[in-house]
Design a protein around this ligand. Structure first.
Ligand code: NAD
Length: 217
């Protein structure tokens, strides 16, 4: 079996930024948007933008660019954001709570139907309207919801143990926010998320920043 990979991952990562810009153009009443304009706004090369957008199978019109409504539809459809993806979240702590309250994910089709935690003070409560269950009931609850996606926001030490339960109950994809490198079957999709890698890049850019030339005295 082959590990799940996305051939055009860098292009896919740029699609949300395109979508944001094109939606803004739609709000401003534009009918068409050019690849060159998108490139300028996002500090990219026009050829890169055209290549990225081609993965959605959208075609631009010479001299006019892309029809805004079609482009929004094509990106959303390619990403699957025009459908609802039900999910559960395990670990309703600081990060879990922030994710449950992040409305943008709902607009992108992600609907968290239940959260799970070990903390008795959280079990039985609702966080941003999402019911919190005991993690001990994962094996009963998940098949009942019929959910195939899980967001993992437990402490890293608990990640593998929870993952093994998630595998047993038929979860097919884990969005892993922990630091743990999960051992999973090749058929299971795992996307690991880490704010620290963005912050590392930020720190290096700050370190390499050229100081502004001081004004002549
Ligand atoms: P937190 O302590 O606020 O939350 C963890 C939650 O998990 C708590 O509610 C706790 O009761 C619960 N929990 C503990 N063991 C559990 C288990 N076995 N089953 C179910 N729930 C359990 O921590 P946090 O700041 O929200 O961080 C959570 C995870 O996210 C950590 O692994 C952390 O490293 C990671 N994190 C990642 C990023 C990122 O950029 N990817 C950013 C912040 C935090």
């Amino acid at each position: 079996m082959v590990k799940q990979k996305v051939a055009a991952a860098p292009s896919v990562r740029r699609l949300p930024a395109y979508l944001h810009l094109v939606r803004q153009a739609q709000r401003e009443g534009l009918q068409y948007i050019s690849g060159t304009f998108i490139a300028q706004e996002l500090s990219l090369e026009p050829i890169q933008v055209r290549k990225d957008l081609s993965i959605t199978r959208i075609m631009g019109k010479p001299k006019k660019g892309y029809a805004v409504a079609s482009l929004i539809g094509a990106i959303e459809h390619f990403l699957g954001w025009d459908r609802t993806r039900q999910a559960v979240l395990v670990g309703a702590g600081n990060l879990g709570t922030a994710l449950l309250g992040y409305q943008e994910l709902q607009r992108q089709g992600l609907h968290v139907v239940a959260a799970f935690d070990v903390n008795p003070e959280k079990i039985g409560s609702r966080i941003h309207q999402v019911p919190v269950f005991s993690v001990a009931t994962l094996e009963q609850e998940i098949p009942a919801w019929g959910v195939k996606t899980a967001l993992l926001t437990v402490p890293s030490q608990a990640a593998q143990e929870i993952t093994e339960i998630l595998i047993r109950v038929g979860i097919e994809g884990i969005w892993n926010f922990t630091k743990a490198k999960l051992r999973v079957p090749d058929t299971l999709v795992v996307q690991k998320e880490d704010l620290s890698s963005g912050y590392a890049l930020f720190c290096v850019m700050m370190q390499n920043r050229q100081p502004e030339a001081s004004p002549p005295s």
